[in-house]
Design a protein. Sequence first.
Length: 254
Amino acid sequence: MPEHKTSALILDMKDFGETDRIVTFYTSNFGKLKGIAKGAKKSQRRFGAAMDLFSCVSLSFFSKEIHGLVMVNQCQIQQAFPSLHKDIIPMGYGSYMAELINEMTAERVEHQDIFEMLVQFFSLLDRFPPREEYLRIFEMRLLFALGYCPSLTRCVACKKELEKGKDFRFSISRGGVVCAFCSNNGKDEYSVSQGTLKLLQQAYILSIDKISRLIFSTQALAESREFLPRFIQYHLGKELKTSKFLKKMENDRF
Ligand SMILES: [Zn+2]
C-alpha cells in the first residue's frame, strides 16, 4: 500500500467508536482530505499532541480508502497555534476560517495557496489580538483564490466604473457592486461606501505581513459584516455553524 507524506492543517476532528478519530485535513499537496486515525484516542506514539484542532502536522497516510476515508498512519506536530485554544474569540475566528475552507473546497483538489493562507491566518491569530478585520480579509482572499471574488470597481450590471461621491449597493445575487442607476433596491442589496470597497480591494492585494496593520473604519466593518458573510452563504447555499456563533459573540459584545 503506497504511503504519502504531506504537511497538513487539522480542520475538524470527531471521535469514532471507542478508539478512533475521523479527521479532516487541509493538506499542502492533496487539498482537503478526510481520514480515519485508528487508535488515535489511545496511541500517543503515532498521534500524540499532533491530533489537535488547528495544528499544522506532518501527515503520513495510505491512499487506500475505506468508505471514502484515507488511513492516517502517523501525525507529527510541525507548528501549534496555542493562542487559538486559550480564548473564545481567537478560537471562534479560527473555527470559522477552518469551517469556511472545509465547506468551500472539494476533496483531493490541490491548492497550495489556500494551505499557505490558512497557516498565515492561524499564525496571525496566534501572534496578534483578534480583530474582526481578519475575518473579512480572510473571506476576500479565499473568494479570490477560489475564483468567486465579487466585482468591486465596476457596476456588475452596466460595467461602468464607479464614480466618486455616488451611492452604491452590493448585490448578493449579481455578485458585486451596482450603481444607483442599475440598483433595483432589492432585498439582497446592501449599502456600501467607496471607503469600504477600497479596503476590501486591499484585503486581497496586500502582502500578508501588512495585514495586521490594515484597519477598517467602524463604517467599513459594519457594512462588510452585513454583506460578505451573506455573499458566501449565497454561494454555499447554507449558513455556516460557526457564523451563527460569531453573530452571537458580536451581539454579546455590543
Ligand atoms: Zn450600473
